[in-house]
Design a protein around this ligand. Structure first.
Ligand SMILES: NC(=O)c1ccc[n+]([C@@H]2O[C@H](COP(=O)([O-])OP(=O)(O)OC[C@H]3O[C@@H](n4cnc5c(N)ncnc54)[C@H](O)[C@@H]3O)[C@@H](O)[C@H]2O)c1
Length: 311
């Protein structure tokens, strides 16, 4: 039986990954220190998967990897709040760089393949609009400590591959949305808007709402990780839909799904926010055989259904 370890498996994307891995018959273990909360533990319990409450920065995480000897490590654990990374770049680097090095070192030691989560929005920064949707040749120009740590993760992966024979694939994701996303966080505009609309509360748009993102359904994301468990060694793949959606458009679609007619409130733009972002996944299509399947409206409706069950 294939053994899979998921770091950050109690998180939004990680918990969906656990479900998919269990469904494919793998033996699954999770490392998570629950800094993003314990609200998704019930999904792991339902899947019959236990959580080792460890910090990836700690030696104990490396020891667990060496004991479990996974064939695959799905690496999601991260400090992923961009604004927190700006306020506290040291903590950000401790988790995203030092924590990642612990995982990679242990993975190389036991011969586990690593499939890691990077950010296609943050590593490229505000790219030349002529290049959109962005492919993997786009010059990297991260404009936050979070983006910098995700960029150097790729260099460390390559280092461990060259010196320790590590097998890996690194997936740079668009804006992931779907059931189980935390509506209380700073990120996750779909969950934030969806919950507020369902509660009849006003939604705020920062700036004029023309800023675009590539919104990708979480079910499609975990399929990409599964595809990357057996293909594309030593490569980074952009994982997105290739479709730009503005915040105004997103709000309109969500308001229609929730049956709300109210307009959003516009607030001053946030400093440093990307204006446009969108990813070209042709490489993932040809090497991983992956392409996004979920249409935005269907994905948003499923997310709203989930949020409704939480209200
Ligand atoms: N959600 C998105 O739109 C998006 C986009 C691009 C990349 N990513 C990347 O995907 C990954 C997962 O994101 P998510 O949205 O599921 O976030 P999330 O916060 O829901 O999940 C991250 C998990 O990691 C855990 N964690 C954090 N620090 C840890 C530590 N030091 N030790 C052990 N566990 C720790 C958290 O408790 C949480 O359960 C992250 O690496 C993130 O950078 C996410």
């Amino acid at each position: 039986m294939t053994r899979a370890l998921v770091t950050g498996g109690a998180g939004f994307i990680g918990s969906h990954m656990v479900d998919l891995l269990v469904a494919t018959g793998r033996e699954v273990r999770v490392i998570d220190n629950l800094t993003s909360g314990d609200q998704r533990l019930r999904f792991l319990e339902a899947a019959g998967v236990g959580v080792d409450r460890l910090d990836i920065r700690d030696e104990a995480s490396a020891r667990l990897i060496e004991e479990f000897r996974p064939d695959e490590i799905y690496h999601f654990a991260a400090q992923m709040d961009v604004r927190r990374s700006v306020a506290d770049p040291i903590y950000d680097a401790e988790v995203n760089v030092v924590g990642t090095l612990r995982v990679l070192g242990a993975a190389a030691k036991v011969g586990a393949r690593v499939i890691s989560a990077s950010s296609g929005g943050c590593i490229y920064g505000e790219a030349d609009p002529q290049r959109l949707p962005l492919d993997e040749q786009t010059p990297k120009n991260p404009d936050s400590p979070y983006g910098i740590t995700k960029m150097v993760m790729e260099d460390y992966l390559r280092f461990y591959r060259e010196t320790g024979g590590l097998s890996y694939a690194n997936l740079a994701l668009g804006n992931v949305y779907g059931p189980r996303q935390d509506p209380a966080g700073e990120a996750g505009v779909v969950a934030i808007f969806g919950l507020r609309l369902l509660k009849g509360e006003p939604c705020s748009i920062f700036g004029d709402g023309t800023q675009t993102r590539d919104y990708l359904f979480v079910g499609d994301v975990v399929e990409a990780f599964l595809a990357a468990s057996s293909n594309g060694d030593g490569e980074t793949f952009n994982i997105g839909t290739g479709i730009e959606t503005s915040v105004n458009e997103l709000y309109s679609r969500l308001a229609a799904i929730c049956g709300v007619e109210a307009d959003p409130e516009f607030k001053p733009a946030r400093a440093g926010e990307l204006h446009r972002s969108c990813l070209n996944s042709a490489k993932a299509g040809s090497i991983l055989g992956w392409s996004p399947q979920k249409d935005l409206n269907r994905g948003l409706s499923e997310t709203v259904e989930f949020l409704r069950s939480q209200v």
